[in-house]
Design a protein around this ligand. Structure first.
Ligand code: UD1
Length: 335
């Protein structure tokens, strides 16, 4: 298939591009480079030995998107593009609504005009809000606690309405848990601009001496070691989940929602201790107050994805930490 990846030079998009190409699909990438680098295109091509068509364009500009569909016969779209920093979304809500929601609406309009009926959407476990019992199943009630989460939730609702009015659409909504780690080649990985907000990229920078120490946000939660529990999933497992979702579209699936997680929760200290095994104890940490908005635990029930997509995560926490460290070391060598 010829698959358009919006935000395809980002962390999840780039790993998915590699996976799709490996499986024989043709990939077109559109990205506005707001949180990614043009060089990632070359890296994808280096890993796959295949050429990738790339457009620098913004989904808020409908005309630019139209041009991509004019130039290419697109069979399916995987829609990753969007702003994703929770804290920033609180201070810049309109930017989040405009980028994420208006961008999606433009994309849907153009897809309709060009008769493209297949869509995979990048959603997030954040749509489960804060009050559900664990593990989270796809039928748990949804809610949002910040503008970023609200954009994901609203887009899911928009897609449901849109599907009800256009039953020829095939839409797979993927709710990601906590994607971490990097491609085995060590060539692509997570490369946030500035100081990372998320745990794994922060730990990676401490391990490589670029940041002094990790602040563990809260050690007084009601968990086994007092720190929060999350469902960390290797980015390559997540990328393979997208391949399974694309295969599902081909079954004329209608609208489906799947969790992409491992089903296992690890604490912040589990992550730090495992990382310290791969980097010879370079991750120093100190306990700090809780971070506002954090929930005590969040992990998936991944059964539906196994039953209906035939997909399941294969890599463990050690693989996640090792690949993250290898990538971060490569980055450090380049600078
Ligand atoms: C965060 C977002 C979530 C988003 C996801 C993307 C928040 C509140 N949630 O999830 O909406 O979908 O990223 O991957 O931001 N931690 C530390 N020290 C740090 C950084 C994190 O102790 O410097 C802890 C956090 O308190 C949390 C865990 O590590 O318990 C994971 O944090 P993070 O990687 O930011 O992910 P989430 O908060 O789960």
């Amino acid at each position: 298939m010829k698959i358009l990846l919006t935000g395809g030079l980002g962390y999840i998009g780039s790993h998915t591009a590699v996976e799709l190409i490996k499986a024989g699909h043709e990939v077109i990438i559109v990205d506005n480079l707001s949180n990614s680098e043009r060089s990632v295109k070359d890296k994808i091509e280096r890993i796959t030995q295949q050429e990738v068509i790339f457009y620098k364009a913004d989904l808020r500009k409908e005309k630019a998107i139209r041009q991509i569909f004019e130039d290419n016969t697109v069979d399916a779209v995987i829609h990753f593009a969007g702003l994703k920093a929770v804290g920033e979304s609180v201070s810049k809500p309109l930017e989040y609504y405009e980028n994420n929601i208006c961008g999606t609406i433009n994309l849907l309009k153009v897809m309709k005009d060009y008769n493209v009926n297949n869509l995979v959407f990048s959603s997030s476990a954040t749509v489960y809000g804060a009050s559900n019992p664990m593990p989270l199943t796809e039928d748990c009630p949804t809610s949002a606690t910040n503008p970023y989460g609200r954009t994901k939730l609203f887009i899911e609702e928009i897609l449901k309405d849109y599907y009800n009015a256009n039953k020829s659409m095939n839409i797979v909504i993927l709710r990601y848990f906590n994607p971490v780690g990097a491609h085995d080649s060590g060539i692509i990985g997570e490369n946030p601009k500035g100081i990372p907000n998320n745990l794994m990229p922060f730990v990676a920078k401490v391990a490589c001496g670029k940041l002094d120490e990790l602040h563990v946000f809260g050690n007084d939660y009601d968990t086994k070691d007092g720190t929060c529990i999350r469902d960390y999933i290797h980015i390559c497992d997540l990328a393979e989940g997208h391949l399974a979702a694309v295969n599902k579209l081909n079954e004329k699936c209608g609208l489906k929602i799947y969790n992409l997680g491992t089903g296992t929760g690890y604490s912040v200290l589990d992550v730090v201790n495992t990382y310290n095994k791969v980097c010879e104890n370079k991750v120093k940490y100190a306990f700090a107050p809780r971070r506002e908005g954090d929930v005590k635990e969040c992990y998936a029930c991944p059964d539906k994805a196994l039953q209906e997509l035939g997909w399941q995560a294969k890599r463990n926490l050690y693989d996640m930490c090792l690949s993250s460290y290898t990538y971060e070391q490569n980055q450090a060598k380049r600078k």
